[in-house]
Design a binder for this molecule. Structure first.
Ligand SMILES: CCCCCCCCCCCCCCCCCCCCCC(=O)SCCNC(=O)CCNC(=O)[C@H](O)C(C)(C)COP(=O)(O)OP(=O)(O)OC[C@H]1O[C@@H](n2cnc3c(N)ncnc32)[C@H](O)[C@@H]1OP(=O)(O)O
Ligand SMILES: Cc1cc2nc3c(=O)[nH]c(=O)nc-3n(C[C@H](O)[C@H](O)[C@H](O)COP(=O)(O)OP(=O)(O)OC[C@H]3O[C@@H](n4cnc5c(N)ncnc54)[C@H](O)[C@@H]3O)c2cc1C
Length: 672
């Protein structure tokens, strides 16, 4: 594989690590990309970005003011957007406008985030999923060609989670064949939508639909909010930016208020329901929640997004750990590379394994999603509840795990990991938002729990369950599993833990209702357990999927690649078994001796993976221009880069800052 040649000599420790690697890195890269041809395609697209000015910021983004950051991000988004529409989509195919390759390439332009991300990320998918064919023909080409720029305005100041509680109204007027959009209260301000504040001229709006005096619940509308020529907000629209936040600092998350703002009837997105000219409401959807489709789609894509973010953090932390030496182990011996510490390996190797686990699971989930879409096209919505349950828990757990692993990567880099130039704080704050947006962690696990409780009751009644919960059929009446110290045994024990926890939830709810509580209160009192049960189910799905997909995908691999991929998957199983020893003790016959043995094997596995650590992150094939890290570059020039970055600080532009003469000196002289 052609590695982009570093401009400088590679740090000797890092160079030695690469010599130790005993598997074919390119083969693993191909596996991650989904095939050799996909790797070639990705590199071609990355070349387009890198040859067209990506990564060329004279002043680092973080040293700019809020306005400058935004303006710089818009400038780069336009360069990038133009490349996407003119060159990149030709390679991926226009139907793959959300390809992970485009997402990954965007990082070569933006350390933080593009204000246009939600245009491609949510506006376009909503048009695809929610429009009639006529509406698609009207809006989609303009959106893909970026003649219009959109946002997704659902969340309000008062409600994010509870969509049914949204307050924005869309009231139909049959005389004028128009909807009147209105924000009746302060809490009905649209709030948070990415790109809405300053960038977008259109947005999709979720509002309560009123026609013929009746509310029909939330529906989606496409709304032009700014003049296309002057970009001024249209009369009846108040729009702006919500202010600085933890991350997302180069984007313009927005607020929006409607004052009796009129839109044509045709701007209601009518694939699943419509309002006739005379105001009659007609619902065509076979499932009540199809207007939530974009959210399901994004939850599905976020699992792969998490894999990408963990792989970035792991690459930075592992390369840095090979370069960094710290603490004398024995007198007069060189200080070891910090990567030699098993505690460091414990923090980091699980990140590599998790990136693979999420990547393989995301491909599997994507295929499941496509199969459900195909069913729905044929009018069958029976598979949707399982997809909703699955995408909800996988979104929740993958974002939450990614966040904690990325934080471990930062810890693993000590003080230098705290520097923005390491890129770890950017990755962390970007991923921190994913745990909340597109459905909060707890809320989504409770959605999965609803499905699991029903499934458990069906299993109890002897009904055959669908694939992802079929383990409940086998384990419904099992009390404690006989511990079996094999890989399949560990996976089975996680299924038994999940079944046990779900069963316990069902029992708690029944006990509470039997003692006089109504069902809603009994459910509410059980929610702490329900969240735990849904998480356990998700762990069982992740472990099982990673293990089986890894075996499938490496069937034709070389022996060395097979071995190292197998080691990573075993590490993942063991890591989680050791994390959940309390549950194992509760739901299986595992003994202290078995757990000690598992711990010993885990520690041996860390040592076995150690020589391949750098090779494994090299296999993620993240070019320096995408990684943006002083600590994680391919050449390992960590200290030189930290100094170069320090010199870029605007505070070093002059030897004495004016504040000395203005404030400090008068203080020193007692003249303040
Ligand atoms: C051009 C240059 C480009 C440059 C850039 C280049 C970039 C390159 C490319 C770009 C890459 C992009 C990367 C991604 C970026 C993404 C960023 C995203 C940002 C963030 C966006 C957001 O953040 S956007 C708002 C999301 N906001 C939520 O996420 C609210 C959660 N809140 C709920 O989602 C509902 O509120 C909640 C709880 C379900 C209750 O809903 P509810 O009250 O209506 O329903 P109930 O609870 O009563 O449930 C009643 C029954 O409905 C069932 N059910 C519920 N939902 C269902 C469903 N969806 N499908 C099926 N069934 C469903 C349920 O299971 C029950 O079933 P059953 O009755 O059988 O038990
Ligand atoms: C960076 C970022 C970008 C965003 N972009 C967009 C966008 O483009 N478009 C858009 O429409 N929205 C966007 N959002 C909004 C996002 O979707 C919401 O913030 C998210 O859905 C959570 O809703 P909330 O803020 O109302 O939190 P809340 O629901 O108020 O959550 C607060 C707490 O209450 C708990 N809670 C709430 N309900 C329940 C319940 N039923 N049971 C138990 N606990 C509960 C939660 O677990 C949480 O701990 C964005 C948010 C962020 C942070």
């Amino acid at each position: 594989m052609k590695i982009n040649k570093p401009k400088h000599d590679v740090n000797p420790d890092l160079a030695k690590e690469r010599l130790k690697c005993n598997f074919n890195i390119e083969e693993v890269t191909n596996i991650i990309d989904g095939g050799k041809d996909k790797t070639v395609q990705r590199k071609k697209i990355e070349d387009i970005a890198l040859n067209n000015g990506a990564s060329l910021d004279e002043v680092p983004e973080e040293c700019l003011s809020i306005k400058e950051r935004y303006e710089n991000a818009v400038r780069k988004s336009c360069v990038y957007g133009n490349l996407v529409r003119n060159e990149m989509l030709e390679i991926t195919g226009i139907e793959n406008f959300e390809s992970p390759v485009l997402r990954r390439t965007a990082d070569a332009f933006f350390k933080d985030i593009s204000p246009f991300m939600l245009h491609l990320g949510m506006f376009v998918p909503t048009l695809i999923g929610q429009c009639t064919p006529e509406q698609t023909a009207e809006w989609l080409p303009k959106a893909l060609d970026m003649q219009i720029i959109g946002a997704y305005a659902q969340t309000e100041l008062g409600h994010g989670t509870f969509i049914r509680g949204l307050e924005t109204t869309a009231t139909y007027n049959p005389e004028k064949e128009e909807f009147v959009l209105h924000s009746p209260t302060i809490t009905s301000y649209k709030w948070w939508a990415g790109g809405l504040g300053k960038t977008a001229n259109h947005c999709v709006v979720m509002a309560q639909l009123y026609t013929q005096g009746k509310c029909h619940g939330t529906h989606l509308f496409i709304v032009k909010i700014r003049d296309l020529d002057t970009h001024m907000p249209l009369p009846g629209i108040t729009v702006g930016e919500i202010g600085p936040r933890m991350g997302f600092s180069s984007a313009d998350n927005g607020f929006l208020r409607f004052d009796h703002f009129r839109i044509p009837r045709e701007n209601m997105l009518m694939k699943h329901a419509k309002v006739e000219k005379d105001g009659v409401y007609v619902k065509s959807a076979k499932h009540g929640k199809l207007t939530y489709g974009t959210m399901v789609f994004i939850r599905v894509t976020l699992v792969s997004e998490m894999s990408f973010n963990i792989s970035k953090a792991a690459t930075i932390a592992i390369r840095y750990s090979a370069v960094r030496r710290q603490t004398e182990l024995r007198p007069n011996e060189p200080e070891p590379q910090i990567l030699d510490y098993p505690t460091q390996q414990h923090k980091l190797f699980i990140c590599i394994a998790t990136a693979h686990a999420f990547q393989l699971t995301s491909c599997w989930l994507w295929n499941t999603f496509q199969a459900v879409l195909a069913d729905m096209k044929k009018g069958n919505v029976d598979t949707l509840p399982e997809l909703h349950a699955l995408s909800s828990c996988l979104k929740a757990v993958s974002t939450s795990d990614a966040l904690s692993h990325i934080e471990q990567c930062r810890f693993a880099c000590g003080g230098h990991g705290y520097m923005l130039s390491s890129n770890l704080p950017f990755i962390y704050s970007f991923v921190a938002a994913t745990r909340t947006y597109e459905g909060d962690y707890t809320v989504l696990l409770l959605q999965t729990a609803r499905f699991l409780v029903k499934a458990s009751e069906q299993a109890e009644a002897g009904k055959k369950l669908t694939q992802t919960v079929s383990y409940l059929n086998r384990t419904a009446n099992a009390d404690r599993l006989n511990w079996d110290n094999t890989h399949e045994g560990i996976i089975k024990s996680f299924q038994v833990i999940a079944a046990g926890k779900i069963g316990q939830c069902v029992k708690s709810i029944r006990d509470r209702t039997a003692s006089g509580m109504d069902y809603e209160d009994a459910w509410l009192m059980t929610t702490v357990q329900l969240v735990g049960a849904a998480e356990a189910h998700c762990r069982a799905v992740l472990l099982n999927t990673y293990w089986s997909e890894m075996r499938k995908i490496t069937e034709a691999s070389s022996a060395d690649v097979k071995k190292v991929m197998h080691q990573l998957a075993v590490l993942y199983l063991m890591y989680w078994a050791l994390e959940k020893t309390g549950d194992l003790l509760k739901y299986s016959s595992v003994s202290k001796k078995d757990l000690d043995e598992l711990q010993r094997r885990y520690e041996e596995l860390l040592a076995e993976l150690r020589p391949n650590a750098v090779g494994l992150v090299d296999a993620f094939d993240l070019r320096d221009e995408i990684l943006h890290s002083s600590l994680g570059s391919y050449d390992g020039r960590v200290y030189e880069r930290l100094i170069e970055e320090a010199h870029k600080s605007p505070l070093n532009d002059e030897p004495v800052n004016q504040s000395f003469h203005k404030y400090t000196k008068p203080l020193m002289l007692g003249k303040l």
